[in-house]
Write a new protein. Structure first.
Length: 229
């Protein structure tokens, strides 16, 4: 059984500020991820690794192929699903940790993390968020403050806490250990292993070789699917 499968995925960007030039980046991309498995995307910068995560999450639409996410007893094709269905998948099935924290200004860090649990009673969500912030060594004195005032590393830990909090069956990680010290890299490794034991399918971009070795079950060389303009 697999929770995620990509079949024959292709993506081309249109450069509107350069006369509509077509920039193909991926062709024939295919892989699957089973419950309890972590697939790490490898390849040089610009090969399309982050774009693949955005295609799976539905931020980008692919030009060809299928992106199948298991939802109960059926598959949802992110490549063709309507926006409402993609939003539902994100709430229930797809978790995504990007490299950048996007937060509403003046909202406390604790509430930003708790807001990831959309279907959980407020006080319980805040309690779970507090526990996750503690795992990432965020001092309690910061929980009531907006992350815009934090350092880059502190903002990344808020981002990670928010991304890891929902126990989604599919978890996408884009450089989750960037800007982290050794203790918090270990926290990421521990959480990925926990999610795998719980049966999650993980797709990650990780440049830290030690972290990659600690979490990866398989590696996917994106350069096999990259294409030049």
């Amino acid at each position: 059984m697999r929770l995620l499968e990509l079949r024959g995925v292709a993506k081309t960007f249109t450069m509107h500020l350069q006369g509509g030039m077509q920039l193909p980046i991926l062709r024939g991309l295919g892989f699957s991820v089973a419950p309890g498995e972590c697939a790490v995307l490898t390849g040089p910068s610009g090969a399309g690794k982050s774009s693949i995560l955005k295609l799976i999450f539905g931020n980008y639409r692919c030009d060809e192929g299928r992106i199948l996410v298991r939802d109960g007893g059926a598959d949802v094709d992110v490549a063709t699903a309507p926006p409402r269905q993609i939003l539902s998948l994100r709430r229930r099935r797809l978790g995504y940790v990007t490299q950048f924290l996007r937060a509403v200004p003046r909202v406390a860090a604790l509430d930003i993390v708790a807001d990831a649990l959309t279907d959980t009673p407020r006080e319980r969500a805040r309690g779970l968020a507090a526990a996750m912030l503690a795992r990432f060594n965020v001092p309690e004195r910061l929980w009531s403050l907006p992350p815009a005032t934090f350092s880059g590393g502190e903002q990344q830990r808020i981002n990670l806490a928010r991304g890891f909090l929902p126990e989604t069956p599919v978890l996408l990680l884009d450089e989750p250990t960037a800007s982290l010290d050794a203790a918090n890299r270990d926290a990421v490794i521990g959480l990925v292993r926990e999610r795998k034991r719980q049966g999650a399918a993980v797709v990650a971009i990780v440049h830290d070789e030690a972290v990659r070795a600690a979490i990866a079950d398989t590696s996917i060389d994106v350069t096999r699917f990259a294409t030049a303009a």
